[in-house]
Design a protein around this ligand. Structure first.
Ligand code: IMP
Length: 205
């Protein structure tokens, strides 16, 4: 039997994130049909958790489009900064801060700090109109470098190192193999499969 694709709107206005989400979904065994070209109102990320903000974004897109929507909210948690910037990663250097300004602030705050351990965490909410959100997350442990390395990727990629390479020194395919975002998307695929299997079981009763 051919698998019915999971139809979904990727509820993000960040082209860097959309590119990664689409590449990871395209490599999955179960097919995804990504619906593009739709619009929805911007939402303020007013929650104090990644999960809460992912739900806000996914609900806004699914309500406006009438389609299932998937939203990612990501934070960089630095141990020496007590988990900061975390849920505030996009606004670390101010409300409309650029990637460069956020990285500058991080390197400045970490100046002279010995413990450089950190992790990226992505929460993903998948919302089918009228249903409860499905929420999963993905984490990748790493460390913060003392200076930028590499020119690929986006955001904090030049200063987040895993093993001996920063994300910005990896190709897109290498990052998508191991990343926090890819882990969350794979967890979503497993959660969707589980819920479909449970629905099949209920129908079989
Ligand atoms: P948000 O999930 O759009 O709120 O992103 C939070 C912040 O983390 C933004 O500044 C992004 O640029 C950054 N960010 C999100 N995902 C990644 C990533 O995969 N690599 C590096 N930075 C990221």
């Amino acid at each position: 039997m051919t698998a019915v694709p999971h139809r979904v709107v990727v509820a993000s206005k960040n082209p860097d994130k959309i590119r990664e989400v689409e590449a990871v979904l395209a490599a999955m065994e179960h097919p995804w049909e990504i619906v593009r070209g739709l619009d929805w109102p911007d939402v303020d990320e007013t929650e104090d958790t990644l999960e809460g903000n992912a739900v806000l974004k996914a609900v806004a897109a699914s309500e406006a489009t009438g389609l299932p929507a998937l939203a990612d909210d990501t934070g960089l948690e630095v141990d020496a900064l007590d988990g900061v910037p975390g849920v505030h990663s996009a606004r670390f250097a101010g409300p409309e801060a650029s990637y460069e300004a956020n990285v500058d602030r991080l390197l400045a705050d970490m100046d002279g700090v010995e413990d450089r351990t950190a992790r990226f965490r992505t929460a993903i909410a998948f919302v089918v109109p009228g249903s409860k959100p499905l929420i999963v997350d993905g984490v990748l442990e790493g460390a913060i470098t003392t200076e930028r390395r590499g020119d690929r990727g986006f955001g904090y990629d030049p200063v987040f190192v895993v093993g001996n390479r920063t994300y910005a020194e990896m190709t897109d395919a290498e990052k998508n193999e191991i990343s926090h975002r890819a882990r969350a998307l794979r967890a979503l695929a497993v959660a969707l499969k589980d819920s479909e299997d449970r629905a099949d079981l209920r129908e079989g009763i």
